[in-house]
Write a protein that binds this ligand. Sequence first.
Ligand code: ADP
Length: 340
Amino acid sequence: MMAAEALPDGAITLSEGMELQWCNQTASEHIGLNLATDRHHSIFNILRAPEFAHYAQQREWEGPLLLHLEKEGIDKSLSVQLTRYGFGQFLLVTRDVTQVEKLETTRKDFVANVSHELRTPLTVLLGFLETLRELPVESISDEQRDRYEQMMLEQAQHMQAIVADLLTLSTLESSLPTEGRPVRMSQIINQALEQAKVLSDGEHIFIENIDSSLCIVGSENELTSAISNLLTNAIRYTPKDGTITVSWFPTEDGGAIYSVEDTGIGIAPQDIPRLTERFYRADKGRSRATGGTGLGLAITRHVAVRHNAELSIQSRFGSGSLFMLRFAPLRVRQIEEPNL
Ligand code: ADP
């Protein structure tokens, strides 16, 4: 029975009358039984799920049965399989499939979300196309046609942005982090700031405190996307005349912090922990209106993890937010000549 003890699955042997004879440690954890006191008791008194009783009555078992059990307030999914063995005895094999089931649910939710996200712009796009096709040419003015085309272009660009972010996410999730090389952060932060100012179109005040000699060892592309995500979010969620403060500085312990602070709309406390979930939006209207994909912070969190950084979010609803990426010392390098 030593071999059975080493199995990752639970194993239980039952007598002809389905009474417990023996089980390994894993099985006793799976269904909460105690060999000392439960031995010789009917398995139906131990595993009380009616589906199991029904399954056991079949007497021939082609596949396993999936059981949903609750143990000490925690839901658990078990796959159990009965087979005949020895002289009229039975072997019951149990396997904990809770994680597998959870992953499956996440995958299904994700596919449903992606379809929903793409369907909205696609419906709008189709609507305009059909209108243009059905209306007689002379009944639409050039101006109107221009407007329609502009709106169709926006919807197509929105779909393109979603697909691009999805690809980025899937690359981040499926590839091993690259070792990378020292990336001069001031360079990519300044580039991101230039683009951010175009987006802001003079509506915001920018304050910049950027150390020019600090480098992070990692992937330039990934770091760029994290840096600009936080920056563009600050602009998109801060009304006109707000202030955006961008900082990049060393910490006392040898680490470094990139932070973006805004005086924008802020985030309610209950939304903060969920912002890095894919497609989670606190302010749906504003996200859509500014072309958001709902994936930016999910991407940023992945990049952070891959660079030994921690993403932290502080915010007061109605008065502004502070997003910080705190890099661990092992990633930080100093470059001597800041002007090179
Ligand atoms: P989106 O494309 O919708 O902006 P993100 O993943 O970048 O997606 O952000 C998720 C949500 O977090 C946004 O929809 C928004 O509600 C909220 N959010 C992000 N940054 C800010 C910010 N600086 N101020 C207020 N809310 C923000």
